[in-house]
Design a protein. Sequence first.
Length: 135
Amino acid sequence: IVSEHPDIKLQPVYFLDERKLELARSFPEAAIMDAYGEVEQILLEIRDRLDLPSRANLRAVVRKLIELRLVEAEAEPFFVNFQQARNATVHSRDDTSTVSPAGAIEYLGQARLLTSMFRQALNDLSSKGPPNQSG
């Protein structure tokens, strides 16, 4: 996604703050929950900004961003995989960790990419004024 959008100014995903890295090393599942929460928060802000109903799920918000051409279509399957990884972590049935620290760090990188992409979309929405809700 990034290579297709050279105009997007993203910090490299490997620049993760030390607190997040330590959390990923010590408590990988918690790091995943924290990272998901950051992406979720931005999408909820976008949902409000777009005046979408509160029942609209996060995937619907991503679809709306695609419809408005604020993000590329590839954002939806990328977000769905991101969401599924989080759900698999949260709904794991046993008490043993199924997520490695390396897996959590990779997830943090994905969160960083999504956060940057969705923040850019939110900034674009803010600079363009209210979206046209017709159609």
